[in-house]
Design a binder for this molecule. Sequence first.
Ligand code: ZN
Length: 192
Amino acid sequence: MSLNNIVSYEIIAHETPNVIRNCKNCKKSTEFSCSDKFRVNANQKMIDIWLIYKCINCEGTWNCPILSRVHVNRIDPLRHQKYMENNKDMIWYHAFQISNLRKRCDAVNKDIAYEIRKGNSESISSEVTIRITCKYDFGLRIDKLIAEILGVSRSKVNALAKAGAFLFIPDVTLKDKVIDNLQISVKGNWKL
Ligand SMILES: [Zn+2]
């Protein structure tokens, strides 16, 4: 890597995505939010685990299957403990398995609140490399992220891209989703 400045940003999700599915009480398709609780059932040595979602309009719930009829010996004890304790990292891990949720629901609302937190100090350079960490994937597009970091419009980001201002590692495009450890080298005098 060249000797330009590296500025790191962490994308921090502030909430988990809601899912859209039929509510038996409301008798219509509606949003369910994650309750931040697992339900763990043990029948003899067989374990069932669900992540509980709640209808945002009523008391209705939907249990998202996590493990079904798994022998207790086949679950790592530490992992089992996390399910029992409603460990937040474990809940969020499952609540961001969007392709899995999409299979079980009508849709997933990925339009969540998030924050882009800058890691290190100010940098002024003719070229800067932005390093992104992103623990949870919620489909955020790269052009939207760059627009937020540089404080410009998305059309300006597109114009900059056409002018060859960005170099991505790995090789992605503006329309791709943000991935963890993405690096974006930006030409020009940007004060980040
Ligand atoms: Zn409902």
